[in-house]
Design a protein around this ligand. Structure first.
Ligand SMILES: Cc1cc2nc3c(=O)[nH]c(=O)nc-3n(C[C@H](O)[C@H](O)[C@H](O)COP(=O)(O)OP(=O)(O)OC[C@H]3O[C@@H](n4cnc5c(N)ncnc54)[C@H](O)[C@@H]3O)c2cc1C
Length: 301
């Protein structure tokens, strides 16, 4: 076997890919894990809600993951981009940082890319004062002033999202940015729970000492706000888009629920790219499940 032939190439070195590499390496499969960065939670200073790693910086979690993988000679980790994937199950041809590599199976763990909204200040505050997940960040900012920015694709979930946020703060405002229409019934439920609705368009986000301080409306009014929750659209990395794997109705890679194989035989997926239910520990769990299924597939072939 030459050096560039592997049983499995894992694309992506976040929690999903690292966990899959650990399971496959321990099963004595020859594994190449490629990670190109940047990671999805690059802007976040600490990762929460991951048992034994609560409050650990994301980069430290990856460092520990790689350190543990280094004890398995079956696993090679490269900081390299997988440029393309061709071929078929049993004989995939990849280009990794310009070099040819072959693999019997592929595991995609490339995560998702969060789009930045075209609101002045949004990009700078993403991940530090603008969040998607209260389970990840709510505890640290409990009892402060929260905004929830409704977007067309998330307005259907605005009531459950806002009501659950009351666990962390009673000071809640839903912003429609002058474009999203909150259905009457939803508006009544929010009002009954004491949640304000601000329909004036947003001019920008004002920061103080690097943290969100207020939301500036186009009227010039500043509404004090410490944290903003929203769910911007997400997209796949080019590699996944170009592969042509089938997507589900909301745009995530469709996988068989048990085997986690995609619509392309021999190509598997785990982590954020296959679900809207996104968290590091969930990505790690699906990486382990996928690895076991890939291993069984290889054993059966
Ligand atoms: C701001 C923010 C804060 C968060 N905080 C938390 C938290 O506190 N707790 C929590 O549980 N979750 C948190 N999350 C969610 C968590 O980060 C994700 O659920 C988790 O990282 C998903 O893991 P993954 O392995 O699927 O993908 P990722 O962690 O996104 O890793 C995918 C990797 O694949 C690489 N990649 C992509 N394409 C290629 C290619 N062609 N070749 C090689 N490599 C490639 C990327 O560079 C990336 O490193 C947060 C998310 C965000 C955006």
């Amino acid at each position: 076997m030459t050096t560039n032939q592997y049983d499995v190439v894992i694309v992506g070195g976040g929690p999903g890919g690292l966990s899959a590499a650990l399971a496959l390496g321990r099963a004595r499969r020859r594994v190449l894990l490629c990670d190109a960065g940047p990671r999805r939670n690059a802007a976040a200073t600490h990762m929460h809600n991951f048992l034994t790693r609560d409050g650990t910086p994301p980069a430290e979690v990856r460092r520990i993951g790689r350190e543990q993988l280094a004890t398995y000679p079956t696993v090679t980790v490269r900081d390299a981009c997988v440029d393309s994937i061709g071929g078929t199950a049993g004989a995939f041809d990849l280009v990794v940082a310009g070099e040819p590599v072959t693999a019997k199976r592929i595991l995609l763990a490339t995560g998702m890319i969060d789009e930045r909204l075209p609101i002045p200040g949004f990009n700078e505050l993403w991940g530090t004062s603008i969040f998607q997940c209260p389970y990840c960040h709510g505890w640290e900012i409990a009892d402060t002033k929260w905004g929830i920015l409704a977007l067309p694709q998330s307005v259907g979930h605005i009531v459950p999202f806002a009501l659950q946020a009351l666990c962390w703060t009673r000071d809640l405002t839903v912003y429609t940015n002058g474009t999203v229409v909150i259905p009457d019934e939803a508006g009544l439920r929010l009002a009954a729970a004491g949640i304000r609705i601000e329909t004036t368009p947003i001019a920008g986000l004002a920061a103080r000492d690097g943290a969100l301080a207020s939301i500036e409306l186009i009227t010039g009014t500043h509404v004090a706000c410490d944290a903003l929750f929203t769910h911007p659209p997400q997209r796949h990395v080019d590699l996944v888009r170009n592969l042509g794997v089938e997507l589900d109705e909301i745009g995530y890679v469709k996988v068989d629920p048990m085997s986690r194989e995609t619509s392309i035989k021999g190509i598997y997926a785990s982590g954020d790219l296959s679900t809207r239910m996104q968290a590091a520990i969930l990505a790690a769990a699906s990486g382990m499940q996928t690895a076991a299924m890939v291993n069984v597939d290889l054993a059966m072939s």
